[in-house]
Design a protein around this ligand. Structure first.
Ligand SMILES: Cc1ncc(COP(=O)(O)O)c(C=O)c1O
Length: 436
């Protein structure tokens, strides 16, 4: 018998169900730092980071080495059954990532699963049922996390009924404030009055277990809050004995130019949710919670077969080493500034580019239809054209926002000044091509 050397043709893309809404049709071969390399050899600058995951870049050699070494030893060391070294090291390490505390961690697989854990812990620890989330927030695609999510109708609209005792408050979205757009430093959004009204109309604050908030809205459009928002929210939640859950799934692990975004405002949550950037692409998530809260969880009250997978934990330990040793948090701040400065300089040339905003390597461009309505009518069409024009020029960026009216740019934190300049050039060309 001879073995054929003819490569077997790839199955058609149609084998992947359409529910995976498509961003590109790239057949990928491999990744390398900020780059994805297609099977036909074409190189794409990946400023999606696989939706904010590859903070250390694609296939960082230290992360790959840690994964390979661990995979050769043990693939699955179930957490109820054994203790494994990568897990023990990671659990210990996570406890010291945030000031304050003292903290304990719990490990799971996906962002949504970690949000579920946060809600379950908050309810057990407080004996209260209700949860408050923010309009425009995204927390996942499981039943509970869909109920918390309001970034876009597609995430929840087909799936009613959803779990109850969830209330939504307004996030201070300064560009879309009722009184007109204003700089975040001069915020006059009435989110606090809205929250107070919610307490008077819908739910007693003493029945609320937790408020969950993304420090910067992610899927909702990369909305950076005013500097007073999170400190004030912390005060309000404390006053009512409500736990504050920070969903740092997208903002965590250096993304915003701090290890966790809440550090920008010196705010200490009760529970912090993490995923995405934690393990450079291997499935891993978790929560950090004040230890006295974690102790309220009885053995068996929560868990899962795969949570804290041993290979993922090895990847996470290596990821944390890389973030630290390569100064990626500082690089995120510097490259984010470079990107934001470049885009703001170009903004005046494009009448439909209503707002340019961001924090660290989380940068958003909001598009509107100039001359229509109050000048802030969302324009998802121009976003589609910008994304397509950027892809033609080998740059991958994503959309966000309730109307898909925002281009979001999520570079890996290893990106270089040269790559940012290249992305800026492509973005400006793409805005021109899209007649923005
Ligand atoms: C802020 C936030 N929370 C939760 C999630 C859900 O994470 P996952 O898709 O891993 O379940 C996401 C995913 O984009 C997110 O951005």
């Amino acid at each position: 018998m001879t073995l054929s050397t003819t490569p077997v043709a790839l199955p058609d893309h149609g084998v992947v169900p359409a529910v995976w809404g498509r961003v590109t049709h790239i057949d990928v071969e491999r990744g390398e730092g900020s780059w994805l390399i297609a099977k036909d050899g074409r190189r794409y600058l990946d400023y999606s980071s696989g939706i904010g995951v590859t903070n250390t870049g694609h296939a960082h050699p230290r992360v790959v080495a840690a994964v390979q070494a661990q995979a050769a030893k043990l693939l699955h060391g179930q957490q109820n059954i054994v203790f494994h070294e990568p897990g023990l090291r990671l659990y210990e390490r996570l406890r010291s990532l945030m000031p304050g505390g003292p903290w304990g961690a719990f490990l799971s697989n996906s962002g949504a699963e970690a949000v579920e854990a946060a809600v379950k812990l908050a309810r057990v620890a407080t004996g209260r049922a209700a949860i408050i989330a923010f309009r425009g927030g995204f927390h996942g695609r499981t039943a509970q996390t869909m109920a918390l999510t309001s970034a876009k109708n597609i995430y929840r609209g087909h799936f009613e009924p959803l779990p109850g005792s969830v209330y939504h408050a307004d996030f201070p979205y300064c560009y879309r404030a009722a009184g007109g757009p204003h700089p975040i430093e001069a915020c006059n959004c009435d989110w606090e009055e809205g929250l107070d009204l919610l307490f008077h109309q819908l739910i007693f604050p003493e029945r609320v277990a937790a408020v969950i908030v993304e420090p910067v809205l992610g899927e909702g459009g990369y909305v950076v809050p005013p500097p007073t928002f999170l400190p004030r929210l912390r005060e309000i939640t404390r006053r009512h004995g409500i736990l504050l859950i920070a969903d740092e799934v997208q903002t965590g692990f250096g993304r915003t130019g701090e290890l966790f975004a809440l550090r920008h405002w010196d705010v200490e949550p009760d529970i912090l949710v993490m995923a995405k950037g934690i393990a450079s692409g291997l499935p891993l998530s978790g929560i950090l919670a004040r230890r006295e809260l974690l102790e309220r969880w009885a053995p068996g009250a929560h868990g899962g077969t795969y949570g804290g997978n041993v290979v993922s934990c090895a990847a996470a330990n290596a990821t944390l080493d890389v973030i630290e040793d390569e100064g990626l948090v500082a690089n995120a701040a510097a490259r984010g500034r470079q990107l934001l400065d470049g885009l703001r300089t170009a903004q005046g040339r494009f009448p439909s580019l209503g707002d340019v905003r961001g924090l660290g390597c989380m940068v958003g461009l909001e598009f509107v239809r100039p001359g229509q309505g109050d000048g802030r009518v969302p324009d998802p069409d121009v976003v589609k054209r910008v994304l397509a024009a950027a892809l033609e020029r080998d740059l991958i960026v994503l959309s966000a926002g309730s109307y898909a009216q925002v281009v979001r740019i999520i570079p890996p934190l290893v990106t270089t000044p040269g790559e940012v300049d290249r992305a800026l050039g492509i973005l400006v060309d793409s805005l021109e091509a899209a007649a923005a």
